[in-house]
Design a protein. Sequence first.
Length: 202
Amino acid sequence: MSKALDPISLAIAKASWWHGEQKRKYTNDDYIVHPIEVMNFLALFTQDEAVMVAAILHDVVEDTPATIEEVEAIFGEDVAKLVFGMAEPEVPAGTNRGERKEIYRRHLEVQCWRTKMIKFGDIYSNTKDIAMHDPDFAVVYLAEIQRTINSIDDNRIPLLLRQMVKEQVKLAKLYVDQFKVNKKLVKKLSNIRTITETIKGE
C-alpha cells in the first residue's frame, strides 16, 4: 500500500495538477514555483500547517478549474476558508482594474489575520518580479499594494514578516523611481544625439 502524502506534499501535488501548464508571466517558470515560494517565506514565521497548505493553494480557485468545494473536500474547512479569503471576488463584466482591486482590498480587509498573513507572503513574492521585469506597470501595482498593506496590517501577524514585506515594497519603489530617471535620461540623450546628427548633416 502506498504511503499517504502529508498535507503540504499533497497540496503541492494538487496545485501542480490544477495549475497545469500555467507559467509565471515574467519568468516563464512553472506557476507552482510562486505558491511554493510564498509557502517557504511564511514557513520562516509560522508552523501553522493550514496556513502553509493554503499558501500553496492560494491561487487555485481564482486561476484554475478547481472549486472551493473541491479544496474543502480534500483539505478541510479551515484551509478552504483561507483559500476563499485569498481569491478575488467575482465582479461584473467590464469592471475596470481600479474598481476590481478596490473590491478585492475591501474583501481582504474583513478576512482573518491568517489569510492576511498569506497575502503578505503573496505580495513579497510578486513585488520583486513585477518591479524588475515590468517597471512601468509596477508604478500602478505598487500604489495598489501599498493601499492593500495599509488595509491588512494586523498586529497578530509576526512583526518581522510585515517589516520584510514593507521593506521589499520600499526597495521596489526605489528601483522603479530610478528606472524612470534612467528612462528620462536615455530619452534626453537620444534627443541630443538626434540634434547633433542633424547639425552635422547640414
